[in-house]
Design a protein around this ligand. Structure first.
Ligand code: ADP
Ligand code: MG
Length: 292
């Protein structure tokens, strides 16, 4: 591309709230064939709320109290949702003696003298406790609704299950439809479980889903695409997303996201509008593709 085309593209992007950091970023945008999105905080608002609490070995209220006790020192969105619900219900949150986060899985804690493991299926697998048929059916049903399920194990028994639901960003569907219309492949990469991830992808129109991806492994998934010969953009908002944003041919950071993500992206979207993703690519195609 000519220096003039790049200057024009960067300038027009800035007017639209699409900050293009370099000529290379603009050129990469023009050549893409695949766009991979982070889920939580990127396609969704990233502020989940508790929707269901199912009491099993313990009552729903006891389960919520222990879960909130285990999560009170965690910053994870699922943890914040659980603590917020306990506070809303004015349940007194028991003290935690020991607490440990297990990345991509959940938390381990001692609450009220009970040994607690709380998190996803991978967390449950680590405890060697299994769901009985009824609990399994309840979890599957919640996952099919796109909810993230936290399974509470207290002293070696499944005490209860807590479902949290995150709102889709209103622009997610239009953004994906726009990208597909432009002939691009669209994928989602998430730490959430496959059932939940597929349900959410289905609602938005995304066909290719990578679920259960540990934070460090997002960049490796991008590399897999590149090894297939694809030129891929990754769209993300979080600290965890920085390596994937850097690995991608083009990193697109959501402006409301963390500073680390913003630093790692070649493009920063100032507005929280996902249709700016296809808009950015279209802009690059206009100023570079036709002026070659
Ligand atoms: P993501 O933000 O993409 O869901 P994470 O790697 O943060 O990815 O977490 C992966 C999954 O692990 C979450 O979807 C959730 O099911 C579970 N998880 C992680 N931390 C917690 C926690 N503190 N409490 C309950 N579940 C958790
Ligand atoms: Mg995120």
């Amino acid at each position: 591309a000519t220096p003039t085309a790049i200057t024009v593209g960067v300038g027009r992007g800035a007017e639209l709230g699409i900050l293009i950091k370099s000529g290379e970023a603009l050129e990469a945008a023009e050549r893409l064939d695949t766009v991979a999105f982070d889920k939580t905080g990127t396609l969704t608002e990233g502020k989940p709320a508790v929707t269901e609490i199912v009491g099993l070995a313990l009552t729903a209220e006891e389960s919520l109290a222990l879960a909130a006790g285990a999560e009170q020192n965690s910053n994870h969105p699922v943890a914040r949702a659980i603590v917020a619900r306990a506070q809303e219900r004015e349940i007194s949150i028991p003290a935690t003696d020991a607490f440990e986060t297990v990345r991509g899985k959940g938390v381990l804690a001692t609450v009220d003298g009970r040994l607690i493991a709380l998190g996803n299926r991978a967390m449950l697998a680590d405890t060697n406790v299994i769901l009985d048929e009824g609990a399994e059916a309840a979890v599957v049903h919640l996952e099919e609704e796109g909810k993230t399920v936290a399974i509470l194990v207290a002293d070696g028994a499944v005490a209860g299950i807590i479902a949290v639901s995150d709102t889709l960003k209103p622009t997610a569907m239009a953004a994906v439809a726009g990208l597909k219309e432009m002939g691009l492949s669209v994928a989602m990469i998430t730490g959430d479980n496959p059932g939940t991830a597929r349900a959410i992808a289905g609602m938005i129109g995304i066909d290719r889903v990578f679920a259960g991806v540990l934070p460090d492994a997002k960049a490796a998934e991008i590399r897999t695409f590149q090894e297939e010969g694809r030129r891929v953009a990754f769209v993300g908002d979080g600290i965890n997303d920085a390596p994937a944003l850097a690995q991608a041919d083009l990193g697109i950071a959501i402006g409301g996201g963390t500073d680390v993500a913003i630093e790692s992206g070649g493009v920063v979207l100032v507005r929280d509008d996902l249709t700016d993703v296809p808009a950015a690519i279209q802009l690059a195609q206009k100023v570079i593709g036709r002026v070659k």
